[in-house]
Ligand binder design. Structure first.
Ligand code: HEC
Length: 162
């Protein structure tokens, strides 16, 4: 009898904990996530992208025609969220959680080229970042990677023509 009481008490506690957890989970995209939520998701996201990036196709060399072509594709596919110059995200991009970042910032540039390729091709699930692999072939995606890289390059590095 005592064991049954103990079991029922444990069951009630588990149900209460589950209910509290369910109530604190939110799918609201207008308010910031709970403290800790972003850090946990971000940690997992980095680990996952680094793992997936190890199998992206071989990278072609970065050159001016490729960067210019990446800039053209960027204007049509990316500027609505990340901003016309990649450095000043539009209000639409800023309103997301996580927000569309300034791609030339230290945080936007912390990815390797292979990781950038993977992100642009596949997108980031449960975020506003779409995948472009179904509408752009791999060579166009590499051009986008090289364009994104050019946003933070130093003097002497290749920049888009205009
Ligand atoms: C509809 C809005 C939207 C469009 C269009 C869009 N992005 Fe994003 N992008 C986002 C959001 C939101 C994030 C942040 C996702 C995250 O941190 O999980 C993001 C993240 C990224 C990142 C990762 C940067 C970082 O610091 O985490 C890169 C690189 C990127 N986008 C490049 C592009 C490129 C290149 C294009 C066009 C081919 C593009 N994005 C189009 C919304 C968008």
């Amino acid at each position: 009898m005592r064991r049954l009481h103990c079991f029922l008490l444990m069951l009630a506690l588990c149900l209460m904990a589950g209910l509290l957890a369910a109530l604190s989970i939110s799918f609201d995209a207008q308010n910031p996530p709970a403290p800790g939520e972003t850090e946990i998701v971000s940690h997992f996201k980095h680990w996952y992208i680094a793992r997936e990036a190890s199998s992206v196709p071989a990278e072609p060399p970065s050159d001016l025609p490729g960067i210019n072509s990446g800039q053209m594709t960027y204007g049509g596919d990316c500027s609505s969220c990340h901003g016309e110059d990649g450095r000043h995200p539009e209000p639409l991009g800023q309103s997301m959680f996580p927000p569309a970042p300034d791609l030339g910032s230290a945080s936007g540039q912390r990815w390797s080229n292979a990781e950038l390729f993977w992100i642009i091709k596949h997108g980031i699930r449960h975020s506003g970042m779409p995948g472009f692999g179904k509408i752009n072939p791999d060579d166009k995606i590499w051009d986008l990677v090289h364009y994104v890289r050019s946003l933070a390059s130093g003097p002497g590095d290749i920049k888009p023509s205009q």
